[in-house]
Ligand binder design. Sequence first.
Ligand SMILES: [Zn+2]
Length: 447
Amino acid sequence: MAPRCDEALSSGRPAGQAAPGRDGSHFADQGPGKHNVGSRSGAGSDKATDPGIRLGRTFRLRLDSGAIRVLSSVIVLALGCEAASAQLSTRALADRPATVVAPHDPASPEVFGGSEEFKMVPLGAGIYAAIRTEPLGLAADCNAVFIVDDDAVIVVDTTSGSARAEIAALKRITTKPVRYVINTHWHDDHILGNQLYKQTYPGVKFIAQTHTRDRIATRTSEERLAMRTQLPRFVSALEERLTSGQSLAGTPLSTEERLSYESDIRMAKRFLFSLAEANTLVPEIAVDSALTIYDGRRVIELRYLGRSHTDGDLAIYLPEEQIAITGDIVAAPIPYVGANQSYVTEWPATLARLLEWHAKTLVPGHGPILHDDAYPRLMTRLFTIVTEQVQASVSLHRSLDDTRKNIHLEGIEDSFVGNSAVRRVIFENNIVYAAVGAAYRELSVAK
Ligand SMILES: [Zn+2]
């Protein structure tokens, strides 16, 4: 997920500006203190002066200041600190019939090992995906993949809080050592577990895209420092909500929200625990655009397909098995976007290159295994719409705040959100706040 937290989290950036996120785990982000969640305007006061967002819907919910603090930390986990947002606004969920297109629960019948946090799903021919099983929430940990070859194992992504459990699950499958770990990008929800792999398999080498390697070398320590401060706040804020029975939207806590908050708390605690025992490991092998590993009979293609979630996302393709491992180029049910670090305008082209593989199985960075291209195409539509609207807004010299207020995603939002209150908050954060912010940044520079 997201990389840095410095601006928003530690310097009190004005509300409305994204803090750089962390890369590892995904949480919704906001600065620590004062952000108006209920409003898309920028003023950073606990009493949001909500100017009213025209959403084509009558209802809108306003998050209170406590919610704002929670979300800020949240984003932190998800995108490293920057990710997402400083201001969230969430809309009422009332009367929303919804065609839910975006995938939700991992649904694979076979489980090998696994734990309460993930299940090991065999993809055939010695390949296993560790798919997260937590309820969707503000925090997220990543899927991982294990490729067992003739004499060694290749791992894709190491999670932020489940590396120990995943190594144990892997050992139930094979006694072969891990030879390579591929980190799809630099966010801690994908790399924090590297340390445990190094301890368990001293001969392991880490591989990442060149930009990702640079960011791990230069930003990871700073991000982790910020997380040590932010995460405990995130945990207490959610615990407060569970005690008070009030959701982040100020409504009575639903079962969905309760399960989600409880899961977020567990995940944040695991993250903190892992943080305490992690050093920064800079990958030994950097991939500029392409690297192919021929390991026995297996061919493993590592490709840099262009910028999207970050500027250094690696995708992996197994041509024989027709399996694509996408990192956060694809994340479901709602994409993870960092306002200061993602490339929304370029994301559709990157997805198009990914789909040229015509993979039969896609393992996304988050969310269930996909067997067709419907969801990546939905993501493409979303980012295309955001790009078009932000382009028009930039042409009119509108501010970023005004751009966010005037964005209209009603036609596609339900495909991601359906009737879920939890998803709606995440959509507001990741898309209305962060994706619009990213596109605005890109298009303003391009101008
Ligand atoms: Zn990420």
